[in-house]
Design a protein around this ligand. Structure first.
Ligand SMILES: Nc1ccn([C@@H]2O[C@H](COP(=O)(O)O)[C@@H](O)[C@H]2O)c(=O)n1
Ligand SMILES: C[C@@]1(CO)OP(=O)(O)OP(=O)(O)OC[C@H]1O
Length: 159
């Protein structure tokens, strides 16, 4: 069996709004995020991890922020596209592990729904998808509540 590893990272600044989208789940919050798409840092980091494992560049190469087609886009479509690129080369997702970094919103209460959504879009069992969260102890831009970040790693497998 062949394996490939990939990692991804994404950040969006908070802006006006009443929710954020994380892992395809609408999470109520007193701020939104500034983004061309729905600003889902979890999915953007996971897409970059998958694209990295495939050595196919990054999310901005496949979905340029200058392209009006992606304005307000549901990032789940980006994830399904990346999985499709992997499948086209015979790869499937082995597992993925995501960490969200923000003081708020609290991610824990939404992690199960996020895992369900990510598992559905990537075609794996939910136990192959991990979603974790941490604050940055009030340090840095996430600590000051200026934005939200996510890191992801994934393993692709091919028989
Ligand atoms: N946005 C967040 C941040 C953290 N959590 C949960 O709280 C735990 C403690 O966070 P520390 O940064 O103080 O270590 C963390 O392990 C998460 O379970 C969260 O749900 N949402
Ligand atoms: C997702 C894309 C889509 O145009 O735009 P944004 O929503 O701004 O998100 P980013 O994480 O900056 O990735 C770049 C783009 O691919």
């Amino acid at each position: 069996m062949n394996i490939r590893i990939g990692q991804g990272y994404d950040v969006h600044a908070f802006g006006d709004g009443d929710h954020v989208v994380l892992g395809g789940v609408r999470v109520p919050h007193e701020r939104g995020v500034l983004a061309h798409s729905d600003g889902d840092v979890v999915i953007h980091a996971l897409c970059d991890a998958i694209l990295g494992a495939l050595a196919l560049g990054d999310i901005g190469r496949h979905f340029p922020p200058s392209d009006p087609r992606w304005k307000g886009a549901d990032s789940r479509a980006f994830l399904r596209h990346c999985i499709g690129l992997a499948a086209g080369q015979g790869w499937k997702l082995g597992n993925a592990d995501v960490t969200v970094i923000c003081e708020r919103p609290k991610v824990g209460p939404h992690a199960a729904a996020m895992r369900d959504t990510l598992a559905a879009d990537t075609g794996v069992a939910v136990d192959a998808i991990s979603v974790k969260a941490t604050t940055s102890e009030k340090l840095g831009f996430t600590g000051r509540g200026e934005g939200i970040a996510a890191m992801a790693v994934c393993l692709l497998v091919r028989e």
